[in-house]
Design a protein around this ligand. Structure first.
Ligand code: 9GP
Length: 830
């Protein structure tokens, strides 16, 4: 038998390894051990990628020490868990984040340097974990980091896509989508957990069974079953205080191969089941503001919802006698409607599997769930055809009908709702070929529903959820988004972080709102100069990236005017391009004027099926090609579109911006989080009164942000009046000439009509208010040109922006969720 030293045993009788030490000597030794014994490489012949892996494994060991501590602490203290269900986690690279949060950046750098390996070089080899499309997915990643940093016991639940968000290339100006392959070299951060696997059913029949001595109950016999297998990634918070878990599900067939088929020679057929199962988690749907509408998507949604709920229930029953106190121990946040089917699935598990009565199950369900809405765009609101839902999830469909009947009864009997009002709140849309409305399902199944900025929350009450808000007036609340200052300031902008630390000490690293202490330094010329010098270095770094990737040279002393985000008509990249064309025209017509040099930088991906968005990308590229090559412009204006925008590129772009473009049609951008990242890094914002811009205005002050254009209510008014762009274009020569230039084929001589439909949309209805806002936008840009020539003033405003953005931290958002919605985490009775 194995001899153990009793004194060295912990409570479970298992010997615990010594926690890893963090000095460079130990790190250096352990990195080489990983290289040798885990990767099988000799240090002399190891390649950079092997060093990255070895470093990751050595760092991961240290995270594991903290992970177990967090788990032990939670087991001791009890309390409530938060489960964050999200189809998307747009994480990006993990090594830099992990070593920053563990305080290991310098020790690791030093350890690697002993072998002549540069940390900054190997970090770049790590693939981005791009398991998300944009704002919603990136918010989920910021929230995971902030939950760990603020001590909230959080579990992220999502899908382990084999192929994340597609890789974008630009060919002849147009977007080309290529598969992304982040797992091709394996993923050293994750742990496969075969013991946490659950069966997920689809299709089949429901029948009522009556067993002796028990009430009759419904039993679902699915026609198909797949296995959900868990992969866990530890997510370490600031100073390693807490490590939470991101659990991603991978789909597998119950039988990896159908041997009968194989043996009878049908080699392809033998793998059909397994291919069909694995298809569920193979690819991330690349649309952020449009419902995908396909069966596979509904399968993905149900697959990860059911697996997560089964896991939550299993864990709960390991620690508790039964499920009646589920809501005291677990808060489940539904990130958008993608996991909304969870409401029906939890009811099924409680009623059909665990024998609860309907009313008690409904009380538990509502108390457990809460739901965040991220968009008001009608085309993004999910609603599934009943026939599809019924075929794939027959028992969940019955449950939805039963929930609906209860809500309708309550509305009619207690509130006197008439048929029209009932139709408006119903979970079933009877008007469009009968569909299940997932927003309504998430709303009625939750005790709290939130929007992501003050304006968006107000608009939710007035528009998409007006009727449900009337019925449940206390349910909607606001939780303005935030971003993690660790990734978006400390890691992305070490220069600025160093300057601030020097000026006010390191207190802001633990409490970002203390960054306000640099506000007065806006009046200090020496501080401003250093602030500007750091911006300059960051601009040079971006200029190098642009030079390398696109062979275009840009001058870092010009205004770096940047719009990076998903490409969408409501985000109005088109307005920005039209302004660039108008400026181009003016520079050519008035060479004698004192123009302020500008580089307009774009990046972002379009959903592959979104024709207009792809045309906008094409236009940006075509316009850039013509302007950048025109000697008459004398480098006063450049237009560049950087391909393949992702988190890693954003980390280079955000710190390098002078001007941040947040110019969505008012009322359409739920919050925005790019706006926050830019301003935190000292960019001035040109923006509309939309999303969180409204609150940014309140925080940074009206002198430090450049607001223009129609308000949300003015936009709504114009739309009611069937506004069209024609009369504005007729009266605005600069706008007309810019549009004429596009229509004439000036930028696309190979295919002069390429952009005709984009332009004719403006004449016909100007739905996105591009014409309506053009003049105000143009004027504001010229004010900014002027301001840029007065660098002292500009830099003072930039300092005020950084100083006053502390509130827009995801730590603050998470504390609000924890206090108002989850009742979990430090200081909450759990
Ligand atoms: O478009 C919103 C964006 O405004 C918001 O900041 C983000 C996070 O709340 O969510 C975006 N929505 C989506 O990504 C999908 O609806």
């Amino acid at each position: 038998p194995v001899q153990t030293n009793e004194a060295a045993l912990n409570g479970n009788g298992v010997q615990k390894p010594e926690p890893r030490l963090n000095d460079p000597d130990t790190l250096a030794r352990q990195i080489v051990e990983k290289l040798t014994y885990s990767i099988g490489k000799n240090p002399a012949s190891a390649r950079k990628y092997d060093w990255l892996r070895a470093t990751t494994l050595a760092v991961r060991d240290r995270i594991i020490d903290h992970w177990f501590e967090s788990a032990d602490r939670f087991a001791e203290e009890g309390g409530k868990r938060v489960c964050y269900l999200s189809m998307e986690f747009l994480i990006g690279r993990m090594l830099r984040d992990a070593i920053n949060n563990l305080g290991l950046t310098e020790p690791v750098r030093e350890a690697l340097a002993r072998y002549g390996v540069e940390l900054d070089m190997i970090e770049l080899l790590e693939p981005d974990a791009a398991l998300g499309n944009g704002g919603l997915g990136r918010l989920a990643a910021c929230f995971m980091e902030s939950m760990a940093s603020t001590g909230v016991p959080g579990y992220g639940y999502g899908i382990r896509y084999v192929h994340g968000f597609f890789r974008q290339e630009i060919a002849d100006g147009a977007q080309v989508e290529l598969p992304e392959n982040w797992l091709v070299h394996g993923n050293p951060w994750e742990f496969e957990r075969r013991n946490a696997s659950y069966e997920i059913g689809f299709g089949g029949k429901v029948s009522m069974i009556q067993e002796a001595g028990r009430p009759a109950r419904q039993v679902w016999r699915p026609a198909e079953r797949v296995l959900a297998v868990a992969y866990d990634t530890p997510m370490v918070g600031w100073r390693g205080r807490q490590v939470n878990t991101l659990r991603l599900w991978s789909a597998q067939a119950l039988d990896p191969i159908l041997l009968d088929a194989f043996n009878s020679g049908d080699h392809i057929g033998a793998l059909v089941e397994s291919n069909k199962a694995e298809a569920i988690t193979r690819v991330l749907y690349p649309a952020d503001s449009h419902q995908a509408g396909q069966e596979l998507r509904l399968r993905q949604e149900y697959f990860f919802s059911s697996a997560s709920l089964q896991d939550i229930i299993r864990r709960h029953l390991e620690e508790n006698d039964n499920l009646s106190n589920l809501a005291d121990k677990v808060a489940i946040q539904l990130n958008d409607t993608h996991p909304a089917v969870s409401v029906a699935e939890l009811m099924r598990l409680l009623v059909d599997v665990h024998g609860f009565g309907w009313d008690e199950a409904w009380t538990i369900t509502r108390a457990t769930f809460s739901y965040t809405n991220h968009t008001l765009l009608p085309e993004a609101l999910e609603h599934w055809p009943i026939h599809l839902f019924e075929r794939l999830l027959p028992r969940q469909m019955q449950i939805i009908y039963a929930i609906n009947a209860g809500i309708i009864r309550e509305a009619a009997q207690e509130h006197g709702y008439d048929d029209g009002q009932v139709a408006a709140i119903s979970l079933i849309d009877e008007g469009n070929g009968r569909r299940v409305r997932m927003g309504q399902l998430a709303f009625v199944g939750s005790h709290a529903v939130n929007g992501v900025s003050a304006l968006h929350t107000d608009l939710m009450k007035q528009t998409v959820f007006r009727d449900l808000h009337e019925l449940y007036p206390d349910r909607i609340q606001n939780k303005t988004n935030g971003v993690t200052p660790r990734r978006w300031l400390m890691e992305a902008n070490p220069g600025l972080t160093g300057l601030i630390t020097e000026a006010i000490g390191p207190g802001f690293l633990d409490d970002i709102e203390k960054i306000i202490e640099i506000d007065d330094l806006a009046d200090d010329a020496a501080f401003r100069e250093r602030f500007a010098a750091i911006k300059r270095q960051n601009k040079e770094r971006l200029a190098n990236v642009i030079g390398e990737r696109m062979a275009t040279s840009v001058d870092p002393s010009a205004i770096f005017d940047i719009q990076v985000k998903r490409i969408h008509e409501y985000k109005r990249q088109f307005l920005n391009i039209i302004e660039a064309i108008a400026l181009y025209d003016q520079i050519r017509s008035h060479p004698e004027r004192n123009w302020t040099p500008r580089v307009k930088i774009f990046a972002g991906k379009a959903a592959p099926s979104y024709v207009q968005a792809k045309e906008i990308i094409h236009l940006a590229n075509d316009v850039g090609r013509v302007i950048n090559a025109d000697p008459a412009v004398r480098d006063l204006l450049k237009v560049v579109f950087i391909p393949n925008y992702n988190v890693s590129l954003a980390e280079i772009i955000m710190p390098a911006a002078d001007l941040s473009e947040q110019i969505s049609t008012a009322g359409l951008e739920a919050s925005g989080t790019g706006n926050m990242k830019f301003a935190l890094n000292g960019a001035l914002t040109i923006g509309t009164l939309d999303g969180a811009n409204v609150e940014m205005l309140e925080h940074v002050g009206e002198d430090n942000i450049f607001i223009f254009g129609l308000t949300a209510s003015e936009v709504a008014q114009r739309r009611r009046e069937a506004h069209s762009g024609r009369s504005i274009i007729d009266n605005e020569p600069m706008l007309r000439e810019a549009l004429d230039a596009i229509s004439s084929g000036l930028f696309c001589p190979d295919s002069p009509s390429r952009f005709h439909s984009l332009v004719s949309n403006l004449y016909n209805n100007d739905w996105w208010m591009i014409c309506a806002d053009f003049k105000a936008y143009w004027d504001t840009q010229r004010t900014l040109d002027d301001l840029y020539t007065r660098q002292d003033e500009w830099q003072a405003k930039a300092v005020h922006n950084t100083a006053r953005m502390g509130w827009f931290s995801s730590d603050r958002s998470i504390r609000e969720y924890a206090r108002d919605i989850w009742k979990a985490g430090p200081g909450q009775a759990g």
